[in-house]
Design a protein around this ligand. Structure first.
Ligand code: FAD
Length: 353
């Protein structure tokens, strides 16, 4: 006999996991969840940082207020997220006198406190002080993902696209004899191999990250953001990340990536450290660095959640809510997260479906 479920959800990275929790815990949807633990997945590597002030010019990210608000709501509504998210302000040192002057003028409208002295002089180099960014934090991503998979059964398998038939009112997974009302693909960079969605404007972007061991208790008051970030991992281990390279799409860690991070780390950290790990992964990015959610233009029961780039943990709580409401209640998705936003410069008419 054929089993009938609401949703087939493909992918258990940051996108798929937040969406699964929203669909099941908040909407009580019946979800069949599947993931193949692909070695190129970027979620297992993420340091989990959420920082509302980023980039070379230290600007507030778009939608910062609502992203912060949603993150707080998730801390209240999801005990697992609350367990693995750590609220911690970020310290970003001034590099030049021009930085200092620019900040004195701009900081009134920004969620920051300006420090004119070094707040942790025993551990970090900065003669000029810096800004303390409020409402930042980090999540122990891997623990969250593993625990979420255990809480709700996630099938370890790869979707073979030829085994799915997409019909007007249902999706049938022939091999398992299950039918669904919707399928949602949260496949990260692997979406390039999906025959229904390979046209999505996702840019695979390599990132490398280090793990260091430090005897001194750094990051007691802040995590650090200075061209690289330094974020606690366990009690004396820290993530140092991350490089951003859209021109390299294999997942091998490189000497070049390692040296780039070490050079920046040495210019910042005063205390000795031991290098204990070095990994690389492929982020699913977009040209305007804003994620993408929505519905397939031809198949109304095929959905996607992708393009989380380097801000997966920040965007996923908000976008999981928007997407769940759109799938289950037909609520329109705000334009800035859809394919039709202007900043993406994507013409849906130019793709062959
Ligand atoms: C070095 C590095 C550091 C980072 N640091 C941070 C950070 O500090 N903060 C932050 O917010 N973000 C960070 N990121 C970015 C973050 O990792 C990404 O935004 C996020 O992981 C994207 O999640 P995703 O679920 O879209 O994709 P993925 O993590 O790639 O997950 C997709 C999942 O789908 C599965 N899958 C794909 N196709 C199929 C199929 N056909 N059948 C079954 N399963 C399938 C894969 O196995 C995978 O598990 C970092 C990334 C890197 C590389």
């Amino acid at each position: 006999m054929q089993i009938i479920k609401d949703i087939l959800l493909v992918g258990a990275g940051i996108a798929g996991t937040f969406l699964q929790r929203e669909l099941v815990l908040q909407h009580n949807a019946s979800v069949y969840w599947i993931d193949n633990d692909h070695f190129l997945s970027s979620s297992i590597l993420a340091a989990g940082i959420t920082n509302p002030v980023t980039g070379k010019r230290a600007t507030l990210i778009p939608d910062a207020d609502i992203l912060i608000q949603k993150r707080k709501e998730w801390q209240d509504k999801d005990p697992l997220f609350a367990r693995y998210f750590v609220q911690k302000n970020a310290f970003r040192p001034f590099k030049t006198i021009d930085d200092v002057n620019a900040w004195t003028a701009r900081s009134t409208n920004m969620p920051v406190t300006v420090h004119y002295t070094n707040p942790e002089p025993e551990y970090i180099h900065t003669d000029l002080g810096g800004i303390e960014i409020h409402n930042a934090g980090y999540m122990h991503v891997n623990n969250f993902l593993q625990e979420a998979k255990k809480q709700t059964h996630c099938i370890n398998a790869k979707i073979n696209y030829s085994e799915i038939s997409i019909e007007k009112h249902q999706i049938v997974w022939k091999k398992e004899n299950i039918s669904f009302k919707h399928v949602v693909f949260c496949e990260g960079n692997q979406v390039r191999y999906n025959p229904y969605l390979s046209w999505l404007p996702i840019i695979p972007t390599k990132g490398e990250i280090l793990e260091i061991e430090v005897k001194e208790p750094i990051c007691r008051h802040f995590m650090f953001s200075t061209g690289i970030y330094i974020v606690p991992k366990t009690h004396n281990r820290y993530f140092v990340g991350a490089t951003y390279n859209p021109d390299d799409t294999d997942a091998n860690p490189t000497e070049h990536g390692k040296n780039e991070l070490i050079e920046k780390l040495n210019a910042f950290l005063k205390v000795p450290y031991k290098l204990t790990g070095h990994w690389a992964g492929i982020r699913p990015a977009t040209s305007d660095r804003i994620p993408l959610i929505g519905q397939h233009p031809h198949y109304q029961n095929v959905w996607f959640f992708n393009g989380l780039g380097s801000k997966g943990v920040f965007y996923a709580p908000l976008l999981a809510e928007y997407l769940a409401q759109s799938i289950l209640c037909q609520t329109p998705i705000p334009e800035q997260f859809t394919l039709s936003r202007k900043t993406l410069k994507f013409d849906i008419n130019n793709i062959s479906l």
